[in-house]
Design a binder for this molecule. Structure first.
Ligand SMILES: Nc1ncnc2c1ncn2[C@@H]1O[C@H](COP(=O)(O)OP(=O)(O)OP(=O)(O)O)[C@@H](O)[C@H]1O
Length: 297
C-alpha cells in the first residue's frame, strides 16, 4: 500500500511578504514528483514546512491523512538546501551517526551505510573526511545521509545540482528504488529536461502559488495547445501565408506551427506535398519547458 503526502492550503509570510499563498498539492506514494519553479518561487520554503523546520502560518501537511508529528517526521529523509554534514568527520562515520540518530541499531546503521556508499559510488571514499571530497561526491554523501534509515518519505532540495551525468543516473536509480518501495519522493530541480524524463508527477510553483500539478500526460494535455512539426526538403516559409496556420518557429526546412480550431491538418500536408517531398509531419507533444513557460507567465 502506498501513502500520500498532502500539502493542504499552506500559507507563510515573512514580515509583510506573503511567500506561500494557499499552497496545495499531493505527492503520491510510489512516485517521483518533481517540484519546479523559478528562483524565489517558494520551493525551499514549502519543503522546510513539510519537514517541520519552519512552521506554516496556516494550512497543514499530512501523511496518509494524519497530521505530521515528530515521530512521523523521524521516518522522513531530507536533503536540505543548505546541506549540512560535518566537513571534518569521515563520510562513513557521519552516515552511521545519522542512521543511529534516526533510531537504527549500530549494526543496522553500519550495514546500511556500507551498502549505500557502495551503491552511490563512494565505497572507496568512505574513510575520507567530507571536506576532502569533490562537490559532486559531497552531494552523493548528502543523498546517503537522507536515505540511511530507509525513509518512508523523501524530500530533496536540488539533489541533482552539480552532479555529472553518471552520478545523475546513479542518483535516479536510487530514488526510483525508494519510490518503488511505496515512498512518496518529492524533489526540486531547475533542470527541466531531467525532471521531464524522470518524474511521474509534476508540481509547478510561481510566486508562492501552485500553477499546475498532476501527472505529466495530463499537464501536457491541459497546458499547451497542440502543435505540429513538419520537415521538408526546401524552405518552409510559405507556411506563413497558409490559411489556418500560425507559424511558431521556422528553421529553414523545419517548421513548428499550430492550426486554427477544427482546421484539417491534412490540408497542410497536401499543400506541402505539392511543393516537394515531406520527410516528417505530425503533432508534437509540448516539452515541460514549454508548459512551464506557459503556466508561469
Ligand atoms: N527566512 C526568510 N526570511 C525572509 N524571507 C525569506 C526567508 N526564507 C525565504 N524567504 C523568501 O521567500 C521567497 C521564496 O524563497 P524560497 O527559498 O522558498 O524559493 P525557492 O523556490 O526555493 O528558490 P530557489 O530556486 O532560488 O532555491 C524568496 O523571495 C526568499 O527571499
Amino acid at each position: 500500500m502506498t501513502t500520500v503526502l498532502n500539502v493542504d492550503s499552506v500559507s507563510r509570510s515573512f514580515g509583510d511578504r506573503a511567500v506561500l499563498k494557499n499552497v496545495s498539492f499531493a505527492v503520491g506514494g510510489g512516485k517521483l514528483t518533481g517540484f519546479v519553479g523559478a528562483n524565489g518561487a517558494g520551493k525551499t520554503t514549502t519543503m522546510r514546512i513539510i519537514l517541520g523546520v519552519l512552521a506554516a502560518d496556516s494550512g497543514e501537511v499530512t501523511l496518509g491523512g494524519k497530521p505530521l508529528t515528530r515521530e512521523i517526521r523521524q521516518r522522513f529523509g531530507y536533503m536540505p538546501e543548505e546541506r549540512g554534514l560535518y566537513p571534518k568527520m569521515t563520510v562513513h562515520d557521519q552516515i552511521v551517526y545519522l542512521g543511529r540518530l534516526h533510531g537504527l541499531s549500530s549494526s543496522a546503521a553500519e550495514e546500511r551505510t556500507g551498502k549505500l556508499l557502495e551503491r552511490l559510488g563512494l565505497g572507496e571514499r568512505a574513510g575520507e573526511k567530507l571536506e576532502k571530497l569533490s562537490l559532486g561526491n559531497q552531494q552523493r554523501a548528502q543523498v546517503a545521509a537522507a536515505l540511511v534509515h530507509d525513509p518512508e518519505v523523501l524530500v530533496l532540495d536540488e539533489p541533482f545540482s552539480g552532479l555529472d551525468p553518471i552520478a545523475v543516473e546513479t542518483m535516479v536509480e536510487v530514488l526510483r528504488d525508494r519510490a518503488a518501495s511505496g515512498a512518496p519522493v518529492l524533489f526540486s530541480s531547475h533542470q527541466l529536461e531531467l525532471v521531464e524524463r524522470l518524474c511521474d508527477d509534476l508540481v509547478i510553483i510561481a510566486d508562492g502559488g501552485i500553477r499546475a500539478a498532476g501527472d505529466r500526460a495530463t499537464l501536457r494535455a491541459q497546458h499547451a495547445e497542440p502543435r505540429y512539426q513538419m520537415l521538408v526538403d526546401t524552405d518552409a516559409g510559405w507556411l506563413r501565408d497558409q490559411p489556418g496556420v500560425e507559424l511558431i518557429d521556422l528553421d529553414g526546412a523545419r517548421a513548428v506551427f499550430t492550426l486554427d480550431a477544427g482546421f484539417d491538418d491534412q490540408k497542410v500536408l497536401l499543400a506541402a506535398l505539392e511543393r516537394g517531398p515531406v520527410r516528417s509531419f505530425g503533432p508534437v507533444v509540448p516539452t515541460l519547458t514549454e508548459i512551464f513557460r506557459e503556466v508561469v507567465r
